[in-house]
Write a protein that binds this ligand. Structure first.
Ligand SMILES: [Mg+2]
Ligand SMILES: [Zn+2]
Length: 186
């Protein structure tokens, strides 16, 4: 495992289901009041920060395209999250999200536009030194599409998504939480 993830300098985190409890299938999180961090997330991000790795959130936010919330709402959640993390000595270096509907852009995961944008903004990072942590098949497929290793976060049986079996198979490792995933890195 340590060999597998050797040389990782940048960790891409999916948001819903990795940082915060994901909404029921078909529901979306558009307000901070509905954003519930999962246990150990602050400490896990702080550990990544201390290790000198870049931490980037990449998120599909189709709720914008569906008119359920606005880009300003997404950004307000991210601002609250940053504030909350700062109080715990943790920091996310950048957020990227796709506000589009299915099949209308090149950034909705499993497409790779969000990652390619991040690599343009942080030229010292690339698919060669990055890792993806996600709880959806689309996260793991996006990683594969760029040749990046990935860790699949397995949800509870009751919120387990379709595609979880394939995601477990494609991913380089499976973990129960971000906190557990981070322990695989060092
Ligand atoms: Mg997710
Ligand atoms: Zn998009």
């Amino acid at each position: 495992m340590k060999e597998l993830f050797h040389g990782i300098r940048c960790v891409f985190l999916d948001r819903d289901g990795v940082l915060n409890r994901k909404a029921a299938e078909g529901s979306y999180i558009g307000r901070w009041i509905d954003f519930h961090l999962l246990p150990g997330v602050e400490a896990a991000i702080a550990a990544l920060n201390r290790s000198g790795r870049r931490v980037i959130v990449v998120s599909n936010q189709r709720g914008v395209a569906l008119g359920l919330y606005t880009p300003a709402d997404v950004e307000a959640i991210h601002a609250h999250l940053e504030q909350h993390l700062a109080a715990h000595g943790a920091r996310i270096d950048a957020f990227y999200y796709c506000p589009h509907d299915l099949e209308e852009c090149d950034c909705r995961k499993p497409k790779t536009g969000l990652f390619r944008q991040a690599f343009r903004d942080f030229p010292e990072n690339s698919a060669e030194n990055s890792l993806v942590v996600g709880d959806s098949l689309s996260d793991i497929e996006a990683a594969r599409n760029l040749g990046m290793p990935s860790i699949f976060i397995e949800g509870d049986a009751d919120t387990r998504k379709s595609g979880a079996d394939r995601a477990s198979e494609y991913a380089d490792a499976v973990a129960g939480s971000l906190a557990e995933a981070v322990t695989l890195l060092d």
